[in-house]
Design a protein around this ligand. Structure first.
Ligand code: GLY
Length: 360
């Protein structure tokens, strides 16, 4: 088993990320990790049917309730959040209860936000079952829901008590979900890790074929990269914003598509391409590097163009519903050079519009 420790500034907030094949069948491990007597499992029906029994075998002698939510980013909203709280209230859950998020990024964000708000905060355990959740969203304590006018605009920082990752569950993950998760994996190479980027370039076929050794490598490398950044900047005062490469563009596309058109990782991939176009316009990266970025996204079957029903100006305007906006000014994650990013507000509006236009 691989174990990554997350060490935070606030006392008693440290936690472990445990990564192992068949981890969900390890009853002793589940039993000793989840200490609370009352546990609310939040999941989607498909994932619940596949994995909940295994988890429950490790949670003997607990009061367990289940909240099964419909699948999809469009359900990451206040109404689904309320359903979790309703169930916990109706079953008299106490302040020393826990929520266990069994699912992908939507479930993790919803369950985490419910845990942050129920009785001003109860324990949450993240059991991510999608690649995107395993490499990114289950780690680092960002929780929340979408608003119809902006993605992730309502939420809280609320760290999990533990993150339990079983790479074997990716075998049952729909192909489109796997592909979307690769958008976030590629991001780690592009923000500050040229070596990892080259590894992804060289091994894309084996990764697409879900070779177990390569899956283990991309999950542990990505999780460690995320932990390094979260430890340095838990509340996104600075460096953590780097994890948002492509996200300001991507979130705008998700919002304009009513959270149904694009998977988060797909929208991020298009956003990464727009960031690459902007960097080429601003002469931060060469045209060859720009092409390399498009190529790796394509090699992992990710989209690099948005549907041309969207207008450049509408995408630009939607980008302002972003948590990095300060004093009405966009702040973007930009390439300082290839595989080296920074957060900056210095792009000209006309260059941003041109970059968006190039990804049509
Ligand atoms: N997914 C970006 C972050 O956790 O900061």
């Amino acid at each position: 088993m691989k174990q990554i420790e997350v060490k935070l500034q606030r006392q008693n907030q440290d936690y472990s990320i445990l990564i192992a094949n068949s981890l969900l069948s390890n009853e002793d491990l589940i039993n000793s990790t989840v200490k609370e007597r009352q546990v609310c499992i939040v999941s989607n029906q498909n994932i619940y049917d596949l994995y909940a029994e295994k988890i429950k075998n490790g949670l003997k002698n607990r009061q367990i309730i289940e909240v099964i939510l419909p699948e999809g980013e469009e359900y990451k909203n206040i109404s689904s959040w309320g359903k979790i709280l309703d169930a916990m209230m109706q079953n008299r859950f106490a302040r020393d209860s826990a929520i266990l998020a069994l699912g992908g990024g939507v479930i993790g964000d919803l369950a985490g936000f419910a845990a942050a708000s129920f009785q001003r905060g109860v324990a949450v355990y993240q059991v991510p079952t999608s690649l995107l959740a395993q490499v990114d969203s289950s780690i680092g304590g960002k929780t929340g829901v979408n608003h119809e006018l902006g993605k992730n605009m309502i939420g809280a920082f609320w760290q999990p008590k533990a993150v339990l990752i079983d790479p074997e569950v990716l075998r049952t993950l729909p192909e489109r979900e796997f592909t979307a998760g690769m958008g976030e994996v590629i991001k780690y190479g592009l923000i500050n890790n040229l070596e990892f980027f080259k590894y992804l370039e060289e091994n894309f076929q084996a990764i697409n074929n879900k070779n177990p050794e390569h899956l283990a490598k991309i999950i542990t490398t990505s999780a460690q990269a995320k932990v390094d950044i979260v430890q340095a900047d838990e509340f996104e005062g600075g460096k953590r914003a780097l994890l948002n490469l492509g996200h300001t563009f991507g979130h705008a596309l998700e919002t304009l598509g009513n959270y149904t058109l694009y998977k988060h990782g797909e929208a991020v991939a298009i956003g990464i391409r727009i960031a690459a176009e902007l960097a080429a316009i601003e002469q931060k990266i060469s045209d060859e590097s720009r092409k390399r970025i498009c190529q790796i996204l394509t090699n992992f079957n990710l989209p690099i163009s948005y549907q041309n029903k969207f207008q450049v100006e509408d995408i630009y305007q939607a980008m302002f519903a972003d948590k990095k906006v300060r004093a009405g000014k966009l702040r973007l994650v930009k390439f300082r050079e290839f595989c080296n990013c920074e957060v900056s507000a210095d792009s000209k509006e006309k260059d941003i519009l041109e970059a968006i236009n190039l990804a049509k």
